[in-house]
Design a protein. Sequence first.
Lengths: 260, 300
Amino acid sequence: MDQPTSPQYTASELMCVNAARLLRDGDVVFVGVGLPNLACNLARRTHAPNLQMIYEAGVIGARPSKLPLSIGDPTLVSGASSVCGMYDIFTLYLQRGNVDVGFLGGAQIDRFGNINATVIGDYAHPKVRLPGSGGSQEMGGWANRNYIITPHQKRRFPEKVDYITSAGFLGGRKQREATGVRGGGPLVVVTNLGLLEPDENGELMLTALHPGCTVEQVKDNTGWDIKIASTVKETLPLKSSELTLLREELDPEGIYLKGS
Amino acid sequence: MSKLCSLKEAISNYVHDGDTVYCAGFTHLIPFAAGHEIIRQGRRDLTLARATPDLIYDQMVAAGCAKKLIFSYIGNPGVGSLRIVREQLESGQLAWEEYSHFGMIARLQAGAAGLPFASMNQTAAPDLEKNNPNYRRVKDPYTGREVVTLPPLTPDVGIIHVQRADAKGNAHIWGIIGEQKEVAFASKNVIITAEEIVDEDIIRSDPNRTLIPELIVKAVCLVPHCSHPSYTQGYSDRDNSFYLNWDKISEDPAAVKAWLDEWVYGVKDAEEYWQKLGAETHKRLAVKPKFAAPVNYGDY
């Protein structure tokens, strides 16, 4: 049942499962839209049954019976342990230090894990206008650990982002520390090629590859000369049980998992 | 005193050209019918404020109601881009003021509480502060650290959909309560739309559930299904397929115009819109009841 499958999965499925594995049982997670939403729901149904899912809409301890399309769906409320307003969720929960993990994503991630989810080009005259911060600016500063999920493409990994929507390590770990934010910043970036983690200066470094992926692919698809860890690990293959849960229960219509 | 009136009257009396309007609701309870009535009445030059403009403001922007948007996340939740808003921001047709969700709700909270400004911790992300002059910094007089501040947000009109209200405007809300309370207390004029108008005794049977009190409400309108394609907890499900379809409709200006002609200008009110959706949609969005355990307030 839990045998490794042949690589018959999409990039989204690969990232989703690897992101889910980063969560620890008992973590309090601030869940975002899209793949993070799927990853958290997958983790709760597999290795982390005591995961506490918090949604920025103001839902604490959600137990959705089906995958919510948005992060404000009614299925999040029915059976949740508490519901509060947005002011409370960002203050009493996030700012106060009651959130272990925040998932972030964006159009661009740079060398120091800074994220752009706001604009490509000039802010005042946007070439491409993206959704903007939502809850992610505060999550980047205040969640104890941040994880980022993003496909590995050169245009998504520029040396420097056009705009910092949520802070990674700015120009280096010391710069982030100087701002006095409590959160530890991005700990892992999950891509469809492998995992990137910050070095002692906060610079992202390739630390693991997914089965069948190569260092060359990572170099070719990163917009700067990316550091490679002295030992690059290999991530565990996806289990058929994880894929079945994703495909048949969490995203049966393939809204997030199909494609690329 | 009863504040009951039709939605048409409420919009006509309290929403004026040039106003700042906040249609409340984080995904839940979004008062679409009120947005449609504002479109039908041809309001112009509005400043539309919402944390998540959602389809309601995409539609109002498409209909030409807005000159400016105040927001913190412009997406079609769970689907992708809010195409019309995005296109107008990129082309410079629509002015905007941008915050993070916390910045937005902190402004409302300051407005609701009558405070001079909102104070917030730094987030280490510099660019929102750089690009929006409403973000300022002051020195914390106790620690000497820098504190980020924003001015209060006090909309001219706040429109809030609720499960049930009495004729005076005492309103019960349950489910996601994003920013309704803050919008109600921050706004100069508050319009309540309700799935049900109930006797005052029902409100008074559960006072902890009254999020909005009569003393800040100007108008109360009976508007069942006001929130479609958003939802009303316990009354209707979110019409996710509409959100997915809008992604396609909004790709094409002609399709958007046709949609507005058919579903907004082509119907007289929310009731006609709901009937036009048809029995199959009604059935698809119906929800099975699931009641909370009753609480005992005690007979004192």
